[in-house]
Structures are given as C-alpha cells and as structure tokens.
Design a protein. Structure first.
Length: 294
C-alpha cells in the first residue's frame, strides 16, 4: 500500500465516522441512551467481525503482550473517550464539548514529537491550525451556553484518551497486526468494558425498538467494521499526526448528512468551517512526503 492509498483510506474512515450522529439520533429516539448505544455498537461489531474472520479464515490468535495492549487501548483509547465526552455534555453544549474534544490532533502531534521522534514541518503545522479553526467554526462557533472547568477538563481528557488510541495503534506492538483482527479485539474488549460501565452507572437500557437495533447494527458495520478498519490500515503508511488531521473531515460528513436527512439549516460559519477543513485535508493530501517514524 502506498501513501496515497493510506490517505484515501483515512479520509474514507473519517467519512464513515461522520455517519455516527445520524445513527445515534435514530437509536436515541428508539430507546437507546449513549452508553447502551455504544455498548451494542461494539457488541454487534464484534459479532460481525468474528463472522468475517471465520469466513476469510484469518488467524486471530495473539501473544500475551498484544492482548494486554489491546485491552489498554480499548479502555483508555475508546471507552474512557466515550465516558468523558458524554459526561462533558452535562456541563456545556455538545458543540463546544466536541470542539474541545478535537484537541486530539494537537495531542497526537505532540506525542509523536516527544515519544516517537516524528518530524513536523511547517506545512503540516499549518494544516493542523486550519483544521482546528475549521472545527471551531463548524461545531463550536454558535455555542452560547455557559461552561465550567469540569466540562472543559472532561472534554480535554476525551481528546487525550483518543490521542492515546491513535499513537498506540500507530507505534505500539499491534501496529503490524491485521486490521480486522485488531478491531475485532478492540470491539470485544469495548463490549465488556462498556457493559460493566453501563451496569455500574445504571445506564443499561433494554426498552428499545427494532428500528433502534437496526440503527446500532448499521453503525457497527459502518463505523467499526469499515471506519475503524480503514483508519488502522491507513496508519500503516501515514504518520499518526497526518491521520489525526485527516480525521477532522468527519464533522463535514455529519453536517452534510444533517442537511440531507434532517433538513438542518446550513449557516455561513458552517461553510467557513467546512472550507477550512477541506483546505487542510487538501494540503496534507498533496504533500510530497509523509515521514512515518516507527
């Protein structure tokens, strides 16, 4: 796989993740809450991936150290990301919380420089600034609700946890692992962790409709099976920082779907934000080289 294919896979992944709000809204209107939705999303993804591994006869045995790494990535990089981001919504608007969550490209860049000796040039830095500015216009610009230190900290932690996920998958002992196998185990561990969290916090809902179940099955297929697998595959050939910047294409997809499906109104700042993010992605895509440091 070459660099161009890695970029396309990462953008495709971000586009897939952009469908999550659509499926989430349908699920929430049909008996699910955020915890139950994420639990069943991971559970259905585990089942789908297990069937796929069996059909393709892919060996999914790992060594002990890889099991430990994947459990930590599932806990720190996914489950705690969901938990802290969801909790931050109790203290501020979802738009502003999500904007703060997208600090993760900066966290990935800093982690790559400090721990993995990745070289960051001016062009990549400029792309990062554009993407963050685009995120603000796209999601946080119209947020007028009051905030709190607790809400800001929770949203920041959600971004740091997700950055941890990206860095470990890009540089850890699971980097060369088959993408389907890796996402299968992450989905499996997420199912266990999120089920335990839902029980402990009293958030496990079972009064949902068939339409809600279909929505979670589809989000597992689109986001986990397609999105997460594509992102992991892209990380094999592009740097973690580049992948994180390209991931900011996700809210652009959500915005377009919101307009098409829910007839949401497009404001001028949505256009500005989308243009900034698309420009950022274009700059990264047409970069002549991308240093991938192991």
């Amino acid at each position: 796989m070459n660099r161009e294919q890695g970029i396309l896979l990462t953008i495709f992944s971000a586009t897939s993740f952009g469908f999550i709000p659509l499926f989430a809204k349908i699920a929430y209107a049909n008996g699910f809450n955020p915890f139950t939705f994420c639990f069943f999303r991971s559970l259905f993804a585990t089942i789908e991936l297990f069937i796929l591994l069996k059909i393709k006869k892919i060996d999914y045995t790992l060594d002990k150290n890889q099991y430990v790494t994947l459990f930590k990535v599932s806990l720190m990089g996914y489950s705690l990301t969901i938990l802290t981001l969801s909790m931050s919504y109790n203290y501020m608007s979802t738009g502003l919380a999500t904007t703060i969550h997208f600090i993760y490209p900066v966290a990935v860049m800093m982690g790559s420089i400090l721990f993995f000796n990745e070289k960051i040039d001016k062009r990549k830095m400029f792309s990062l600034i554009l993407s963050l500015a685009g995120m603000y216009f796209l999601i946080g610009f119209d947020s007028s609700e009051s905030t709190s230190i607790m809400g800001i900290l929770l949203a920041l932690f959600s971004g740091f946890f997700y950055a941890y996920y990206i860095l470990i998958v890009a540089h850890g002992n699971v980097r060369e692992m088959n993408s389907f196998v890796l996402i299968f185990y992450i989905s499996l561990f997420n199912s266990i962790i999120l089920f335990a969290m839902s029980i402990f916090m009293g958030k496990l809902e079972t009064n949902f409709t068939f339409k809600g179940i279909v929505s979670t099955v589809l989000v597992a297929l689109v986001a986990n099976l397609i999105g997460m697998v594509s992102f992991k595959a892209g990380l094999k050939v592009i740097s973690a920082t580049t992948a994180a910047i390209l991931s900011t294409f996700e809210p652009v997809t959500s915005l377009i779907l919101g307009m098409l499906v829910f007839k949401e109104i497009l404001s001028w700042y949505h256009i500005v934000g989308s243009v900034l993010i698309i420009t950022s992605v274009t700059i990264i895509a047409f970069r002549k080289k991308d240093l991938k440091i192991s």
